[in-house]
Design a protein around this ligand. Structure first.
Ligand code: NAI
Length: 253
């Protein structure tokens, strides 16, 4: 089976990804600030907001892995810098430290979000952020150039573009990196999205397609991009939103 590291495996989408991977015969190490309830082979405690913690976790994990699933994230109700640290800067730091630990043929799958759909409007800013060398430089950039609006959206826009550029960068190393972008999913952070988006807006999105997603709707897309079955898919952002991405394009939301 595949040897996989899953961040955010203590809750929500990450827990379901870990559960389905284990069910399919994979070896799974969970990386989170909290211990997971689902059965995994290893738990490595790690705060993705802290680069030193990330480096220690990567050391502890050792080498010989096939897959990194970046699922951990914090909602826009958290302080803006924490949102940027966990959702983008720490994710990038972990990914870049971990690449040497992946076998050729390995894959990185990152859960971004439909909230990142606005990336084309901020591509110049995002390129500037991506040009920063490391976690601290990225944080300094964010402090000086803080984009308008909720940091959650910007963090997801940045991670979407990051994944798209990394696919190409990794191809010659025989590695792949793709993203899955869910719409609203029934997890503990849905209430936070109600606060940042407005309950009426979130209900309106739900009513367009009849229900919100559950983690079980999202995890198979992550598993597909983690597996060799997606071997020629690289640098792609796969919507897993039940179709509501179309409502963005047509201006309904
Ligand atoms: P969740 O709150 O159920 O799970 C998030 C996990 O990340 C938790 O296990 C938490 O302990 C971990 N985490 C938080 N801060 C951390 C840190 N500093 N270091 C390490 N781990 C940390 O949330 P959910 O919904 O499962 O979210 C997973 C991903 O899906 C996130 O990246 C989120 O932005 C994304 N997403 C969620 C949507 C939703 O509607 N629930 C919609 C679109 C994207």
């Amino acid at each position: 089976g595949l040897r996989c590291v899953v961040t955010g495996a203590a809750s929500g989408i990450g827990a379901e990804v870990a559960r389905q991977l284990v069910e399919g015969g994979a070896t799974v190490a969970a990386l989170d600030i909290k211990a997971p309830d689902v059965r995994v082979d290893r738990f490595v405690e790690c705060d993705l907001a802290d680069p030193a913690c990330i480096e220690a976790a990567v050391d502890e994990l050792g080498s010989g892995w096939d897959v990194l699933c970046n699922v951990a994230g914090v909602p826009g109700t958290a302080p803006a810098e924490l949102v940027m640290k966990v959702n983008f800067l720490g994710l990038r730091h972990l990914t870049e430290m971990f690449l040497d630990r992946l076998h050729r043929g390995g894959a990185v799958v990152t859960v971004a979000s439909m909230a990142g759909f606005g990336w084309p409007q901020r591509l110049e800013q995002i390129r500037d952020l991506l040009a920063t060398d490391d976690f601290d430089a990225g944080l300094a950039w964010f402090r000086e150039n803080r984009p308008e609006g909720n940091a959650y959206n910007f963090s997801k826009e940045a991670v979407t573009v990051y994944v798209m550029t990394m696919g190409l960068a990794l191809a010659e190393r025989g590695l792949r990196m793709n993203a899955v972008s869910p719409g609203p999913v029934e997890t503990p952070i849905l209430g936070d999205f109600e606060q940042t988006m407005g309950k009426d807006n979130l209900d309106g999105v739900r009513d367009l397609i009849g229900r919100h997603a559950t983690p079980a709707d999202i995890a198979p897309a992550v598993l597909f991009l983690a597996s060799g079955e997606s071997s020629w898919i690289n640098g792609v952002n796969l919507g897993a939103d039940g179709g509501i991405g179309g409502a963005v394009v047509s201006g309904l939301i």
